[in-house]
Design a protein around this ligand. Sequence first.
Ligand code: Q5B
Length: 264
Amino acid sequence: GKVRAPTHVISTISDDRGEEPCYAGVPMSSIVEQGYGVGDVISLLWFKRSLPRYCTQFIEICIMLCADHGPCVSGAHNTIVTARAGKDLVSSLVSGLLTIGPRFGGAVDDAARYFKDAYDRSLTPYEFVEGMKKKGIRVPGIGHRIKRGDNRDKRVELLQKFARTHFPSTKYMEYAVEVETYTLSKANNLVMNVDGAIGTLFLDLLAGSGLFTKPEIDEIVEIGYLNGLFVLARSIGLIGHTFDQKRLKQPLYRHPWEDVLYTK
Ligand code: Q5B
C-alpha cells in the first residue's frame, strides 16, 4: 500500500488546503455568514472549539478594555520612543510588546495560576497573601501604579459586573475580591488590577462553562494562554501610538537631563 512520508510539522488549528480556509474545522464562509466576531475566532484558534456567546463576549470585552491605557505606560512609552527614532511599524510595535511581563500586563497567567492554587487548596486570604510574602513573591493581579482603594480601576469593575450577570459562577473572582480586601487593609495601592480580574474570571469561564475538562483547564493554565489576551489587546493601542507619532511628525526622543539623577 501507500506509505505516508513522515511530516515535519503537526498542526491542529487551521487548514488552508480546501476551497476556503477553516478555523478548527469551521469554514470561513460560516464564520462570515453566521456573524462570528473576534471572540469566536479566538475561541476556535486558541481553544479549538466554539464557545457560547457570553464567553466570546467576555473575550471581546477583555480585548476592548485592554486595547490601550494611555501614553505613559511602559509599552506605549517604548513604542512612542521607537517610532520617534524613525523605526517602522513592526519595530515600534514589538518594542512596546517586549515590556509586557510580570510587572506590566503579563501577570494574567500567574494570577490564574496562583489564585487557582490558593482557592483549590482552600487557603484563607491571610494564608495566601502571607504565604506569598514569605516566599518573596508579589501576588500577581494585585497592585497598581495609579489605582487605589479609593480610586478603583473602572475596567475591573466592568469585567466583574459582566461576569456576575452572565457567568454561571464567579467563585475564583469572588475569592480574589476577598484577597483584595485583605491586601487593601495592608496598603491602599494593593487593589485588584486588570490582570487579576482577567486571570481569575477566565478561570471562572473555563470551570463554569462546562466545555473544558479538568485536565484541559490545568493545561491552559500551565501553558499560559491568558497573557495572550493582553498582548493581543494592547497591540491595537501600540499600533495606534505608532501612527499617532508618525502623523504628528515627532522628532527623535531624548530624555531631559533634569529628569536623571546623575550620581556616583
Ligand atoms: N506590593 C503593579 O507596584 C506593581 C504587591 C505588593 C504584594 C503585590 C506591583 C506588582 C503584581 C504584578 C501585576 C499588573 C508593579 C499590573 C498592568 C496594566 C496596566 C498598567 C498601567 C495597563 C505596582 C510598594 C509596596 C511594597 C511592595 C508592595 C506591591 N505590589 N505586595 N503583592 N502584588 N503587582 N502587574 O506601585 O513593604 O514597601 O516593600 O508587581 O499584577 O500592568 O496602567 O500602569 O493597562 O497598562 O511600583 O494597568 O503592584 O509599588 O513596587 O513601590 O511597592 O507594595 O512589596 O511593599 P508599585 P511598589 P514594601 S496592571
